[in-house]
Design a protein around this ligand. Structure first.
Ligand code: 13P
Length: 251
């Protein structure tokens, strides 16, 4: 019932030329992919060029962040409307790297979610605990706090229009993937949180994807878990062959 979603978060990688090269290869390989919904999230500078290349393609475009205002004197910021204009359908919000290095908070993520939805974008909202919190045994508490903070509006329509990405901070870029069981436990918690808030229907409809050192070798085991609906892939999305293998994890 929930279509698998594989999204590539390119982070601060790829010039426009390099982006075009990667997307050309992805289009060649994945043109007939129907089972998995595919999203690529290049840096802002490559969105326009990649957006043009993806017109009419099964691969969809996403951004890695946005601001909550539509336009105005906000130097350096990019609005949801601008993302839409560049061809985006998705936007990653609340990534731990933005929380850690750019002052992102649950409150600002909540404002960005509302602004992105108003423009028809699908937010991929990231939550995840640090190693310190996991070792303290407070993972569940942290995840709930992030969800409550990002979705303070308590609006079922908002949650239904979002994808949630569980990304344990200790698994990002470390080569240390969460075990399938560790990921599945937190995915179950996220779905329970959704059920408590908005009922079984909303919980069943919610796509929860996993991120953190996902590779072509680990994806199968991750996707075998019931409550895991896809992956947010960093490093392994920068190479066409490895990203294609992840998208086609079911083969
Ligand atoms: P890596 O796959 O490089 O660990 O990055 C995960 C991530 O942060 C995706 O958003």
């Amino acid at each position: 019932m929930r279509r698998p979603l594989i999204a590539g978060n390119w982070k601060m990688h790829k010039t426009v030329g390099e982006a075009i090269e990667l997307v050309a290869a992805l289009k060649r390989e994945l043109y007939d992919e129907r089972k998995t919904e595919i999203v690529v999230c290049p840096p802002f500078t490559a969105l326009g060029a990649v957006g043009e290349m993806l017109e009419g393609s099964v691969i969809r475009l996403g951004a890695q962040d946005c601001y909550w205002e539509t336009e105005g004197a906000y130097t350096g910021a990019v609005s949801p409307r601008m993302l839409r204009d560049a061809g985006c359908a998705f936007v990653i919000l609340g990534h731990s790297e933005r929380r850690r290095s750019f002052g992102e908070t649950n409150e600002t993520v909540g404002r960005k979610i509302a602004a992105a939805l108003a423009e028809g974008l699908t937010p991929i909202v990231c939550v995840g605990e640090t190693l310190e919190k996991r070792e303290q045994g407070v993972t569940d508490e942290i995840i709930r706090k992030q969800l409550d903070g990002c979705f303070a509006a308590r609006d079922e329509g908002v949650l239904r229009a979002c994808v949630i990405a569980y990304e344990p901070v200790w698994a990002i870029g470390t080569g240390r993937t969460a075990t399938s069981a560790q990921a599945a436990a937190v995915h179950a918690l996220i779905r329970m949180w959704a059920r408590e808030r908005h009922g079984q229907g909303a919980a069943d409809a919610l796509r929860v994807i996993y991120g953190g050192s996902v590779t072509a070798d680990t994806i199968k085991g991750i996707m075998r878990e019931d409550g895991i609906d896809g992956a947010l892939v960093g490093g392994a999305s920068l190479d066409a062959a490895s990203f294609c293998r992840i998208v086609r994890y079911y083969t």
